[in-house]
Design a protein around this ligand. Structure first.
Ligand code: G3H
Length: 542
């Protein structure tokens, strides 16, 4: 039987934390990187509590403290921003004017240092956000692959531009150039991967950066500070550890931020964009809210649909922007679907993140289990029920997934992005009803459809591709493979992030043009031959 008592027993007692998975020591971070120097902080600090709890001798459970980090203020955020502005130097800085090959060499140095710290960073991902060890490793490795793929994409892009084009008597050379200072903020669910999915392309394109780590998933950047310092010129990467609401609107209001790269909520993004004194000067690269639906048609392969919906809804406890957050199942099969879904769910292992095969792990804090409970109670009060045994039971940060049915308009679970282990299910009679859910949603990231009739799938795909940015057929929603465009409509995103698209998002084309006259040809040839310009050149990066 699953209840708060059985869940409590899943937490280790203080003495039973497995040695190989303990943090070697708590990380009391006192340094931060600004202007090429690791500066020491002696002001107030915030204690970091892991989602993982231990049971104490008196039977209470307590989140494990794993370290602390600086709580800085406006003066430090001003300094970080100013260092990025100085390093950019209106496009004249060492970094924005460095050759692409030079920037790639710096990035390779960074990756080498990052890989050397894999174990420490993976362990911090696991302890800070409660992601399973297997998935924490995956996040790290996927990020390294992403960086390498981005480097290759940059070489391709730059090599493609290493030539002149002659059109109507005008000789031109076009290249992509940086935008300026990028404020980079990632989310807690993929603190390394999603932060780097904007940070790395921003850097490679020659921008300078202020990096603000997510609220959960902060300490894991500490091992990288010296790597940033050693790999990049002074002031190219600067970090700020401060309450977002205090420093981020201020940075934008200064007008010194050229690109806001935020993976977070649309509410925050909207507020921040408005702070910039000249909104047209601010480019926003945003990954925001999502409420991806799965539409299960009557002729769907039920085993496959159940398996994919379960993974889609509950991988990393449903804490993925791409998670399936509403299951819309045809009424004729909804009972059979729920039977199998709940049976499969009961097989998922719940426990501590280091346990092998674990699927459901603790959430970032009791406020998250409180939110899940509140959303379920709201649905129950309006006529829904929890259809799986133990669904919604919790102990502190550990929450047993709840399948809630039937969910309908007016319930929080109908529209709110639950971002956790609650699976709302509703039934539909006509495809139009399912389509209507997607059309009337504020979100427009992805959708999954399950079925086998070519006619019906084809007819559904056509309207859906104009509502969302990826329609998944007989599989869950997901971001990868990372070379595919990752985008969203409505409140779900601004800009497209894929390996190649992100390079474009953090740059703008600029060109050199001249009339096709003999003196101009000689001039361009001399510049190329004598390597007088980094922009005007026909070199090839291998
Ligand atoms: O949280 C959003 C992530 O980018 C989703 O990535 O679909 O690979 O889990 P994923």
């Amino acid at each position: 039987m699953i209840d708060s008592h059985s869940l409590k027993r899943l937490f280790p007692s203080n003495g039973t934390l497995p040695d190989e998975h303990r943090l070697a020591a708590q990380i009391q971070q006192r340094t931060y990187l600004v202007d090429g120097r690791l500066q020491t902080w002696d002001g107030p600090c915030k204690t970091v509590l892991s989602p993982v709890c231990t049971t104490l001798a008196d039977g209470t459970v307590q989140q494990v403290p794993i370290g602390s980090y600086p709580v800085m203020g406006e003066a430090q955020s001003d300094a970080a921003l100013d260092a990025a502005v100085v390093a950019y130097d209106n496009g004249r800085g060492k970094w924005p004017t460095m050759t692409v090959a030079g920037r790639i060499a710096c990035m390779q140095k960074f990756v080498k240092g990052m890989v050397e710290r894999r174990q420490a960073i993976v362990s911090l991902i696991m302890w800070e956000i409660g992601k399973s060890l297997a998935d924490s490793r995956k996040e790290f490795d996927r990020t390294v692959e992403y960086i390498q793929a981005t480097i290759e994409a940059l070489k391709d892009m730059d090599n493609g531009h290493s030539r002149f084009t002659v059109v109507e008597g005008t000789i031109g050379q076009v290249r992509r150039t940086p935008l300026g200072v990028v404020l980079c903020m990632g989310p807690y669910n993929y603190p390394l991967n999603e932060t780097f999915c904007t940070l790395i392309p921003a850097l490679l394109m020659g921008n300078t950066v202020v990096l603000k780590p997510p609220q959960y998933g902060t300490l894991l950047f500490e091992p990288l500070l010296e790597v940033f310092r050693d790999a990049f010129p002074r002031g190219v990467v600067n970090t700020i550890y401060a309450p977002g609401e205090l420093v981020v609107p201020r940075m934008l209001a200064s007008g010194k931020v050229n690109v806001l790269a935020l993976i977070g909520s649309s509410r925050v993004a909207e507020h921040l964009k408005k702070q910039h004194p000249k909104s047209h000067r601010l480019r926003a690269v945003l990954g925001l809210d999502a409420k991806n639906a799965a539409i299960v048609l009557p002729d769907a392969d039920l085993d496959l649909a159940v398996k994919e919906c379960l993974l889609g809804a509950l991988s990393f406890n449903g804490q993925r922007c791409t998670a399936l957050k509403m299951l819309i199942v045809h009424r004729t099969i909804v009972d059979a679907f729920l039977d199998r879904f709940t049976a499969e769910l009961a097989q998922l292992k719940i426990g501590m993140p280091w346990e092998s095969g674990v699927h459901i792990t603790p959430l970032p804090g009791p406020h998250r289990t409180a939110y899940m409970t509140d959303a379920i109670e709201d649905a129950l009060a309006q006529g829904a029920r929890v259809v799986n045994e133990g669904g919604g039971a919790f102990c502190s940060t550990l929450f047993y997934p709840a399948v809630v049915y039937p969910v309908r308009e007016g319930m929080k679970l109908y529209r709110e992005e639950q971002f956790g282990p609650v699976v709302p299910v509703m039934a539909f009679d006509t495809v139009e009803e399912a389509l209507d859910y997607v059309i009337t949603s504020d979100h427009g990231q992805q959708v999954s459809i399950f079925g086998s009739d070519a006619n019906q799938i084809g007819a559904l795909v056509d309207p859906l591709v104009n509502q969302v940015c990826r329609v998944n057929i007989n599989c869950q929603c997901q971001r990868g493979p990372d070379v595919f465009p990752f985008a969203g409509r409505k409140d779900s995103a601004e800009g497209t992030l894929s390996v190649a698209d992100a390079l474009r998002a953090f740059s703008i084309r600029s060109m050199v043009a001249t009339k096709q006259t003999e003196p101009n040809k000689q001039l361009l040839n001399a510049i190329v031959r004598e390597h007088q310009s980094k922009f005007i050149n026909t070199g090839f990066i291998l």
